[in-house]
Design a binder for this molecule. Structure first.
Ligand SMILES: [Fe+2]
Length: 543
């Protein structure tokens, strides 16, 4: 087994060894993110697990044309502070094969899992062929993980016939079962975009939803609101024990992002709604984002530096789709007028307000200018289009439009700059992907949202929650009110589920998938509505 030289790209104290590079050959392996144990570092010892260390499942994510990230975390006792692990570093072997039976191994690598990062593994695999499936598993001691399916990005510029993916998020544990994740696993997709609220930071509760019914399932009673690194780690660990979630992650690569509840409800940059001093809040944010990193299949480029994570990044699916994953939390202006759903907040329209911050806006401008793909996707967290919430049950009666100030409606100048970017880059087919609201909406983005004759410049597909807010007492009256007050709204549903997107060079198809009930496991999942966009003709077509 050769000891390979250190790679300057590896800043962590970690080791990756190549062995048995059967199909690819050693030369390809040398280009495959291979590093060596730094001189003087302790040799990870052999371990023997009394119980399965892969209780949190496995995942692939952040693909490139020649590879992807493979993730797991060793946690034989997942809800314990250290996951049942000692401080000893542990070598984890990764096998990558051509076939699901793992008979044709094309690559083997070893990563060292360390307590500093909760014994998580983030193996950046390189040197593979573009646009195809690979299968993988992990070994630690004598324990072996299940087999997962990963997929490389297509070669740059490749003409693709079709890409199928899901947009999903908002999965509060107590609110219901992850039946939608099981359906996503069954779909065998190219990837999943997670728009955030992977965890909720709230304390243990016995009740759920709008009407405070008994929760379908509860967290252990010793789960307080998350403030410390241990709190956040235990929260991810609990959520990740779910078999349906594990099945979805094992089925295809994940493109993770985060929204507010990975840290704290409605946080914005260095502030939270409780007016915690910024220096104190940033310590909480640092711990929350470290736990996010430890549990997501993301690259070392996403390793936190203090409270900061570079979470905005792009993925090109040949010449068909460009996905820009955006971060609308770390750099945004604080919510205006004290946040909430309000009518008449002039501060929301102030010049200079932003959802992305200057550096991310510049990055997006350059990315859009360079892109040649048919469809340009802004994969992000909170509603982009204008929207009037008047008449919705929790909104005070008023004659003026009511806007949600935690969304782009609280920073309209930032939205105008993004619309100007799309126009300047002559983007014919912008598609905005969103979550956050625990409802499903499909919207046309219009210059004047109240005027159906105003030019449509793009579409927004807002996914409902996997489980958050539970089944609840949705009414047809709410839906009718929303449609009446928002002529650019083409679909509204109050059920749980996800959105499945099927994209070709000629059309974008969004299937709004809904779960009959999340109160019990295994309920049917169905397509409530399909909406289409024809390439070159922004606007939504039902059915
Ligand atoms: Fe949420």
């Amino acid at each position: 087994m050769p000891r390979l030289p250190s790679s300057p790209r590896l800043s962590l104290d970690r080791r990756t060894l190549l062995r048995g590079a059967l199909g690819a050959g050693l030369g390809a392996g040398l280009g495959a993110g291979i590093g060596a144990l730094p001189a003087g570092a302790a040799e990870p010892g052999r371990v023997s697990f009394k119980s399965n260390p892969f209780t949190l499942g496995i995942a692939s994510g952040d693909p490139a044309p020649d590879g992807f990230v493979l993730w797991t975390r060793l946690a034989p006792e997942p809800l314990k502070a250290r996951g049942g692990m000692s401080a000893q570093p542990v070598d984890v072997t990764i096998e990558i094969a051509d076939d699901p039976a793992m008979t044709r191994i094309v690559r083997t690598a070893t990563e060292t899992a360390r307590l500093e990062l909760a014994h998580s593994v983030h193996a950046e695999i390189e040197g593979l062929a573009p646009g195809r499936d690979y299968f993988y598993r992990f070994r630690a001691g004598d324990a072996e993980s299940p087999v997962g399916r990963a997929r490389t990005l297509p070669a740059p510029g490749d003409a693709l016939a079709q890409i199928r993916f899901a947009a999903a998020g908002c999965q509060r544990w107590e609110d219901g079962y992850y039946t939608a994740w099981r359906a996503i696993a069954d779909d065998q997709l190219d990837f999943v975009f997670h728009y955030g609220d992977y965890i909720y930071e709230y304390a243990h509760t016995d009740v759920t939803g709008r009407d405070k019914q008994p929760a379908p399932r509860t967290m252990p009673a010793d789960f307080p609101a998350c403030f410390t690194l241990t709190d956040y780690r235990r929260r991810y660990a609990l959520y990740k024990t779910d078999a349906d979630l594990q099945a979805a992650h094992a089925s295809c690569p994940l493109l993770p992002s985060f929204d507010d509840h990975e840290v704290a409800n409605n946080w914005a940059a260095d502030s939270d709604p409780k007016h915690t001093p910024a220096d104190a809040f940033l310590f909480r944010r640092a711990m929350a984002l470290q736990a996010w990193y430890e549990h997501m299949p993301v690259r070392r480029a996403q390793l936190p530096h203090g409270p900061d994570v570079r979470a905005y990044r792009g993925f090109r699916y040949g010449s068909l789709i460009d996905v820009a994953v955006l971060d609308t939390r770390q750099y945004r202006s604080r919510q205006p007028c004290g946040d909430g759903f309000l009518a008449g907040c002039a501060e929301a329209d102030a010049e200079g307000r932003s959802m992305l911050g200057a550096a991310q806006e510049q990055w997006l401008t350059e990315r859009l200018a360079q892109s040649r793909a048919t469809w340009q996707v802004l994969a992000q967290q909170v509603m982009f289009a204008q929207f009037d919430w008047r008449g919705f049950p929790f909104v005070k009666e008023t004659n003026a439009p009511v806007v949600d100030l935690d969304t782009w409606n609280g920073a309209t100048a930032g939205r105008e700059r993004v619309l100007a970017m799309l126009q300047a880059a002559s983007i014919a087919n912008p598609v905005v992907l969103t979550g956050d609201l625990h409802r499903a909406l499909a919207l046309e983005i219009r210059r004047d949202w109240r005027d159906p004759a105003s030019p449509c410049v793009g579409v927004e597909f807002l996914s409902t929650s996997i489980s958050s807010i539970g089944d609840g007492p949705a009414t047809e009256a709410d839906r009718a009110t929303m449609l009446r007050n928002n002529p650019h709204l083409k679909f509204f549903s109050d059920k749980r589920g996800y959105t499945r997107h099927v994209v070709t060079p000629k059309q974008w198809q969004a299937d709004y998938r809904t779960v009959d009930s999340t109160a019990t496991p295994g309920q049917p999942v169905r397509t409530a509505q399909t909406l289409r966009v024809e390439a070159g003709r922004p606007g939504l077509i039902s059915g």
